[in-house]
Design a protein around this ligand. Structure first.
Ligand code: AVI
Length: 324
């Protein structure tokens, strides 16, 4: 039968349970003078669905523009990569962009999507296997910002090992983190290359619109962080007590997203009370914008040799081929 519930043991286990990464980082972030939290915590199931909706918004040009570049330049990209390649995707959400790449390549051998969330990864991998029966699809659940071990090395006759990092996710890292990631990628991809998509510096009005959409989906995406904290960490954030703010910080060439407290209020986390003044913010995301030259210089610093770069006619977005 069902074992009897032991309240004492339950309480002891609760006390002993380590705080989740989310709890620890939120606690640390709320304790700072300038409060902040990593944008990686946006992406629970709800947040990932909201992000998918952002990608469809008329104002959010990056996804559409990158897809257009990948489609229109597929032949040239495939020529750089060559036949029999193995593709390693960093942070592969729904595995849609890579299909454009796979369709353009000559006999790709292996595809290794790496994502921190295993939930969708296996289902998406299964669909991909059905559509590409000759491709070895080997998902890895891991944090790709940490050194990682890949499934056994390439087989005989395999082509280049190619990293794929689309969507300007690099821009969500701090400059130090971006360099560290590129150094790690360089080590992993040596002898091959990295296909990297990054958003470009442009008219701030276009940037502002992309992060302040008329339907309020980006605001919901931002506020979802508080809903997630309430659900997972037992915090008592009043979602109506915060507003979404996104603006372009032009000296630092980045969109900043914040949650702004509309009034004086307090929030409890792990037995500690945190007070928000009216107008005080929790900084939730940076989205850095690059120049083509700036990105290439950063890549060189990480050990890459930048060769080809593709952009759209309006130069909104760029896709780089970096030899490792
Ligand atoms: C995932 N990342 C590249 C998006 C960006 O544009 O920085 C996340 C996002 N934040 C608000 N809208 C989209």
């Amino acid at each position: 039968g069902t074992p009897a519930f032991n309240l004492h043991a339950f309480r002891a286990a609760q006390r002993a349970a380590p705080l989740s990464d989310f709890a620890r980082e939120l606690f640390a972030g709320l304790s700072l003078d300038a409060r902040s939290i990593s944008p990686k915590f946006f992406y629970d199931v709800e947040g990932s669905a909201l992000f998918d909706r952002i990608c469809e918004l008329p104002e959010y040009y990056p996804t559409r523009t990158e897809l257009r570049i990948l489609t229109e330049c597929a032949g040239e990209i495939a020529a750089q990569i060559g036949p029999d390649a193995e593709i390693i995707e960093f942070g592969a959400g729904s595995l849609t962009k890579v299909r454009l790449l796979l369709d353009a390549l000559e006999s790709p051998r292996r595809y290794v999507p790496i994502d921190i969330s295993g939930a969708h990864l296996e289902a998406a991998a299964e669909r991909l296997r059905a559509d590409y029966p000759r491709l070895a699809v080997q998902p890895v659940v891991a944090d790709y910002t940490m050194p990682l071990v890949l499934p056994p090395a390439r087989e005989k006759g395999a082509g280049q090992r190619v990293g794929f990092f689309p969507g300007s996710t690099l821009g969500n890292f701090s400059p130090d983190e971006a360099l560290a990631f590129l150094q790690l990628a360089h080590r992993l991809l040596r002898g091959g290359g990295l296909l990297l998509g990054v958003d470009l510096v442009k008219d701030p009005a276009l940037l502002h619109a992309a992060y302040n959409d008329a339907q309020g989906v980006t605001a919901a995406f931002n506020l979802n962080l508080l809903r997630r904290a309430n659900a997972e960490l037992g915090t008592d954030f009043d979602l109506a007590g915060f507003t979404h703010a996104a603006f372009y910080n032009s000296p630092l060439r980045r969109i900043e997203m914040h949650l702004v407290s509309r009034r004086v209020q307090e929030v409890m986390l792990d037995g500690q009370r945190f007070r928000f003044e009216e107008g005080e913010t929790l900084h939730t995301e940076n989205s850095h914008k690059f120049t083509v030259e700036g990105l290439r210089a950063l890549a060189v610093k990480a050990g890459f040799r930048p060769t080809a770069v593709w952009t759209d006619p309006e130069r909104l977005f760029s896709v780089h081929w970096l030899q490792a």
